[in-house]
Design a protein around this ligand. Structure first.
Ligand SMILES: [Zn+2]
Length: 267
């Protein structure tokens, strides 16, 4: 009896906390513009001085520009700054994934939840030297509080469509099998969620990118629609209001890679 009551309270509490939980709309980055199956790469929870460089190597080899959703606290590590610089130099976009990776719907006080977004933004902007225009909530949570905080700040949530849960899956082979299956059968535009702090991601990514090349060669042969990688700067140019693109054009000259990438898609 006692146990049953405890269980019931547990259920009620869980219900109370998540009473207003909602899902983000999908496809996360809107419909395809080309009719091809499209893929956008995003990496959460970094930077990681030991693992992010391998992710960057793999992306560079395949000329892919991604979005890196960073956690502000990780920038306290002095080894993080060179990674931030390299990410920008190589033409990727950095975005806000909060200060401490807290669950914005479960944190008790509104002010603390708001600080997660604002402190993260301030810290990441200070390291990156650019305005954070994209935001992703840790665990992808959504509730009335998150909606209100984003509305107050004029920011939209950048969700995802494919989540291999590689951080949980652990094994590279299983993760790769899942990814090849999902990417192989995708239609429309898909945002892929990966984590540049995980060993499994570092191991699976180069294999996935090689597989996409092989798969596209096969599709070309059969005259099928190929998997098209949408570069993060293409998405930024298409999605963000014109005024918000200024920050990308005004990036200091040493950050040549991104400036060139942006210039190539601007009218
Ligand atoms: Zn995260």
């Amino acid at each position: 009896m006692k146990l049953a009551s405890v269980a019931l309270i547990g259920v009620l509490c869980a219900f109370t906390v998540h009473a207003d939980a909602k899902a983000w709309p999908q496809p996360a980055a809107g419909p395809t513009m080309t009719g091809d199956p499209e893929l956008i790469f995003t990496f959460d929870d970094g930077p990681d001085p030991d693992r992010t460089p391998f992710v960057l190597d793999a992306l560079a080899k395949h000329h892919i520009r991604a979005v890196f959703f960073m956690v502000g606290d990780r920038l306290a590590n002095p080894k993080a700054k060179p990674i931030v610089d390299r990410i920008l130099r190589e033409g990727h976009i950095i975005a806000n994934h909060t200060m401490k990776h807290g669950d914005l719907c479960r944190i008790k006080e509104d002010a603390k939840a708001a600080a997660e977004i604002d402190d993260g933004k301030r810290t990441i902007e200070a390291a990156a030297g650019m305005t954070m225009v994209w935001f992703r909530a840790p665990y992808g949570v959504r509730c009335d509080r998150v909606d209100l905080m984003l509305l107050e700040r004029g920011i939209t949530h950048f969700h995802w469509d494919i989540d291999p849960r590689e951080w949980k899956r652990g094994a590279t082979k299983k993760t790769l099998e899942y990814l090849e299956k999902q990417v192989g059968r995708m239609t429309g535009r898909n945002v892929l969620l990966l984590h540049d702090i995980k060993k499994v991601t570092v191991e699976a990514l180069p294999e996935l990118l090689d597989w996409i090349d092989v798969e596209n060669a096969r599709r070309k042969e059969l005259r099928l629609r190929r998997i098209r990688i949408i570069q993060s700067y293409e998405l930024a140019a298409a999605q963000l209001p014109p005024g918000t693109l200024d920050w990308m054009q005004s990036i200091v000259p040493s950050r040549d890679g991104l400036a060139k990438a942006i210039a190539s898609v601007l009218p």
